[in-house]
Ligand binder design. Structure first.
Ligand code: C2E
Ligand code: MG
Ligand code: MG
Ligand code: MG
Length: 281
């Protein structure tokens, strides 16, 4: 694809395209190795009940410790995984790692529900629920401790298949969450036919809701929508106390964001939970 065809029918070599292509290929190969060699790891960002501040779970967020480039953010490597058939092994890897960690916390006396972001392509493969079932069984955890965060675009690109896969997941007893709700596609009719448990309001509406009347209107409307469908409303990107308070007043159930905590390395989560429990006692 590095060759560009001109009107004459002669293929003209485009060096710039080729460079991008080569760098891209390297990234794909490296990411494949990173999944195989365990160079990916997870940070965990806590969530709390908006009313009481009680911690109610953590979201696993993937990180890539690259041997020469340092820490790579998911916004860089998740799209590469999505486009090159790597998102399924990556998602399995993340679910496995998150459940293993959840089990470690459970054995240490903390029941910490974990949320995992699921790549869009996973919802188009009918074997995905079976894979998730195997992972849950392997770690000996109740399915209700796992929430899978999916995006609207994953549903809309192949709704029939996605509905079937989501039904399989629901039957396992895992919780389903619609991530980044309200961005991109605004077709909400699927909420009628789909049993999801949670709606995550995108941080692009949340963070500035106290100073932007439009954002505030959107947040209030989405919380009402969640309520009417019996879904738990979770706000991401909560960066200050005023926003937390406004969300609680709007009826939002759960808050997540830098004001509560940044994503933490696994080994810091238990001491964070302990400090917080002590502060609340
Ligand atoms: P997301 O699932 O919507 O996760 C929220 C992102 O917002 C995270 O970025 C988190 O660190 C960041 N964040 C949390 N609180 C705040 C806040 O108060 N203010 C601001 N400005 N940002 C906040 P991160 O970790 O870089 O992840 C970015 C995206 O990459 C995630 O968005 C998710 O879509 C994707 N992602 C991350 N891990 C995975 C994974 O394991 N699998 C898949 N498929 N996607 C993942
Ligand atoms: Mg998420
Ligand atoms: Mg999100
Ligand atoms: Mg988001």
């Amino acid at each position: 694809y590095a060759a560009k065809r001109e009107k004459s029918g002669v293929a003209v070599y485009d060096a710039r395209l080729h460079e991008r292509g080569a760098a891209h290929l390297t990234a794909v190969t490296e990411l494949r190795h990173a999944i195989d060699r365990g160079e990916l790891f997870l940070h965990y960002q806590p969530k709390a009940l908006a009313n009481t501040g009680a911690v109610c779970g953590v979201e696993a967020l993937a990180r890539w410790q690259h041997p020469t480039r340092g820490l790579v953010r998911p916004d860089e490597f998740i799209p590469i995984a999505e486009e090159n058939g790597l998102i399924e092994p990556l998602t399995r890897y993340v679910i496995d790692a998150a459940l293993r960690q959840c089990r470690v916390w459970q054995d240490a006396g903390w029941e910490v529900p974990v949320s995992v972001n699921v790549g869009a392509a996973c919802l188009h493969h009918t074997e995905f629920p079976g894979d998730v079932a195997d992972l849950i069984k392997r770690h000996g955890l109740p399915a209700r401790l796992l929430t899978l965060e999916i995006t609207e675009s994953a549903i809309i690109s192949d709704p029939d298949r996605a509905v079937e896969v989501l039904r399989g997941l629901t039957e396992l007893g895992v919780r389903l969450s619609i991530d980044d709700f309200g961005t991109g596609y605004s077709s909400i009719s699927y909420l009628r036919n789909m049993r999801v448990h949670e709606m995550k309001l995108d941080r692009s509406f949340v963070t500035h809701m106290c100073t932007d009347a439009g954002d505030s209107a959107i947040v209030h409307a989405l919380v009402a929508l969640a309520r009417n469908f019996g879904l738990q409303a979770v706000a991401e990107g909560v960066e200050d106390q005023d926003t937390w308070t406004a969300l609680a007043e709007a009826g939002c159930d759960v808050v997540q964001g830098y004001f509560l905590s940044e994503p933490l390395p696994a080994e810091e989560v238990v001491s964070w939970l302990g400090d917080r429990a002590a502060a609340h006692a």
